[in-house]
Design a protein around this ligand. Structure first.
Ligand code: ADP
Ligand code: MG
Length: 221
């Protein structure tokens, strides 16, 4: 479960100050699929990055699967993220100099999964999403839709409980977006907690619930 209470975050520079998150309070149950919507600049990515331990927040409480994140030092974040959270990005973020297979191995290597088990998991999920023929290719040798499928497989093999996706269909055409969302529903069947930022009402409809942000605040959920 994800439980956030009174989360605030301000970006400060020498000549600017942006209150990106204002008193965010929300609970997301295990296995829930939540969409986050709102105008550009309203704080969607900031919220997702704070939930994903990619960024720090200034105040408030954050419980991730009963771990009180706000009480822990920064150096613990990488380990907690690795064991709990997977990301799917708009631009796929596969490592360019690694084959698809090697990309899929990364989260498993981080968890010290044995070679044989890595191979089994990767082949199994790659077959399910029909990218098993692409495993020896490099990201730039396959289409955007295929790269995003590889990103989903990467999240599946990692087997983390929380999947965060920031505008995952932002670079896909409508056919590939629809296909991608059907694969996201496979992640839901695997009982993952999914939080997805999107601009697209059609895409948000796949979720169980929509949280609307405006100027760093939740206005509806
Ligand atoms: N690294 C940063 N430094 C300064 N301001 C930032 C930074 N990242 C985001 N912001 C500002 O914080 C606000 C929220 O940004 P963001 O979370 O990216 O919004 P969204 O994803 O909804 O478009 C915006 O006003 C943005 O300009
Ligand atoms: Mg954003």
């Amino acid at each position: 479960m994800i439980k956030i209470c009174g989360m605030n975050k301000t970006y400060k520079g020498t000549d600017f100050e942006v209150k990106a998150l204002k008193d965010i309070t929300l609970t997301i149950e295990d296995g829930e699929f939540v969409a986050i919507m709102g105008e550009s600049g309203c704080g969607k990515t900031t919220l997702l990055n704070c939930i994903g331990l990619m960024d720090t927040f200034d105040s408030g409480e954050y419980y991730l699967n009963d771990t009180a994140i706000h009480t822990l030092p920064k150096r613990k974040m990488d380990g907690i993220r690795k064991d709990n959270i997977s990301f799917i990005f708009q631009h796929y973020e596969l490592m360019r100099n690694y084959t698809i297979y090697e990309n899929l191995e990364i989260p498993l290597l981080a968890k010290n999964t044995k070679r044989k088990e890595r191979k089994k998991l990767i082949l199994d999920y790659a077959k399910r999403l029909e990218i098993d023929e692409l495993l020896t290719k490099y990201p730039y040798q396959i289409s955007g839709g295929q790269q995003q499928r590889a990103a989903i497989v990467r999240a599946m093999v990692a087997d983390n409980s929380v999947i965060l996706a920031d505008e995952p269909t932002g670079a896909l055409d409508s056919r590939n977006s629809k296909e991608f969302m059907n694969h996201m529903l496979m992640l839901k069947e695997l009982k993952k907690t999914i939080i997805m930022v999107t601009h697209d009402e059609k895409i948000a409809r796949y979720s169980d619930r929509v949280i609307y942000l405006k100027d760093g605040e939740i206005i509806d959920s």
